[in-house]
Design a protein around this ligand. Sequence first.
Ligand code: 3PG
Length: 213
Amino acid sequence: MTPTEQSARALAVCQLAPVVPVLVIDDLAHAKPLAEALVKGGLPALEVTLRTPCALDAIRAMAEVPGGVVGAGTLLTRADVKAAKEAGATFGVSPGSTDALLDACAEFELPLLPGAVTASEVMRLLEKGYTVQKFFPAEQSGGAAFLKSIGSPIPQVRFCPTGGISLKNAPDYLALKNILCVGGSWVAPKEAMAAGNWDAITTLAAEARALRG
Ligand code: 3PG
């Protein structure tokens, strides 16, 4: 799968809703009700980070939830890409990008949203054909002001910023022409998951969905 084809798929995912939940799942039993709660609240695209032992099984469970579009985040290696694809992830997200990772996404046909934070990193990915990129860690790397500035010389790249984004500062990003959506963990707080308070998560998702009318 070429980078251009990958970006077309990443674009479609990023256009589903203004927010992509970034999920850290500690308990496999949370996967299905969490996905259902987020989809019900209007957030269908879900990024499950490969940071916990049950993450791949969580992707398997969530891939069964109607209306959900499940991807794997924190992809660092070729093995991560292979495992994510086998688990049923339909897109991948990485904090940065390496040649080995990009090659693996082509090999295993996993559309990637690759991370970049500098003009040179953005340009390197653009040269390869990645026109949709993740900007991480967003707040720490210059936030919305940086993305607005980079949109002047490089308007053809559009971003999903993540890292330090909340309901409060998300509008600053979403107001920019080169921002497709934002990613964030705030819609799935650990305490709500631990308490099985799925209605609270649906409410947070609905608030996030309403960021763009
Ligand atoms: C991450 O990979 O941790 C994401 O960028 C989410 O960041 P957040 O927890 O600050 O929303």
